[in-house]
Every structure is written in structure tokens, then in C-alpha cells.
Design a protein around this ligand. Sequence first.
Ligand code: 5GP
Length: 193
Amino acid sequence: MSAGTENAASEVILIQDTRMEVLISEDAIQNRLKAMAAEINAQYKDSQNLVVIAVLKGAFLFLADLVRYITVPCEIEFVRLSSYGNQMHSSGQVRPVDLSLPNLADRDVLIVEDIVDTGLTMQFFTEYLRSLHHTRSLRLAVLLDKPEARKPEAKELVLDFVGFTVGNDFMVGYGLDKAGLCRNLPFVARVIQ
Ligand code: 5GP
């Protein structure tokens, strides 16, 4: 299940040198995360060995808030992948910066990612996990899904838990950056060029 964004036009604001329009408020994010966590808690209610893997840097706030609503026992791991560099469009090249993980054999694995755009990053990472680790299950929770940007190479990618479906714009805030800035904003905004 996912929620669309209400598209009531909001004002253009200038923060950290970026013109933007708030798309998803802090309250809307928190309400949606509670509902997502309820779905996740139901999915893993019988799991004894859930591992949540957050993809840095963008997922740090999403992870921190989501896991506080998750009530099933879980371990938390981090990987760092990069595909945008300082640009506002995907380079198409996924750069694994840090993929160190414990043995995930027979574990229930939930990947937590900020946004799926072309899908190439998650396509790479799910294939990497499947080829190296015999997990018991592998699912994906994403805050934002940009389906219009999906590349054909990633069309098979399944997003199990989706926060919000958004249009094909560049998003900032709530972990998402523009050239390193704006990650600390408590809302998600669309950059206005
Ligand atoms: P994909 O491989 O699906 O194209 O993109 C995955 C990564 O690119 C995300 O984890 C995120 O770091 C970055 N990304 C994709 N779309 C956006 C966006 O709209 N805003 C920002 N700030 N980063 C994005």
C-alpha cells in the first residue's frame, strides 16, 4: 500500500539556497510511517530474526523514525551506496561505498531506502544480497516511489512497503539532499528550478 501526495499548491520557499515547494509535511510523514510500521509488524509478527538494513546516507531519518514504530524484535545494519553524486539526476552507475554486513543466512531481511527513482540502485543491491546471502526472505520498504522514472532494467523490482508515490521531480528534505544540503529538513519538498 502507498499513499499519493495531496497536490494542493503550496508556496515556493527558499531554504539553504534551494527554491522548493513542500510536498509532504512532517505530520503526514509521521502518520504514514505509523501505518507502514503496522503493515511491517503484521508481516513479521512471527519472525525471530529480522534484520533491517538502511541504505545511507538518504535513509537515516526514515530509518530512525520507522524503527521506533516497529514493535517486532530487529537488528539494524547499514550499507552505503551512491548513484547521484552531486547531480540532480541519476548517474546510472551504482557505486557501492560500504557493503559490510554480517552473515544473513536464514534471516528475514528488510531493506529501508529513501527513494526509488530509476530503480537501478535497489536492483543492484537486491541482486547483490540474493547472490551472496541465502536470506529467509528479502523485502523492501521505501519512503518515496517515483514510478515514472523507472528504467526498464529495474522493471521487475518489487517495492513491498511504500510511503508515498511522487511525480518525476527532484525531492529534498527528510534525509534527501541537494549537493549535500537539505537533509535535515523535517518535510519532503520538490525542488523548483
Ligand atoms: P535510483 O537508483 O532509483 O535512480 O536512485 C536511488 C538513489 O538516488 C536514492 O537512494 C537517492 O539517493 C538518489 N535519488 C533519487 N531520486 C532522488 C531525488 O528526487 N532527490 C534526491 N535528493 N535524491 C534522489
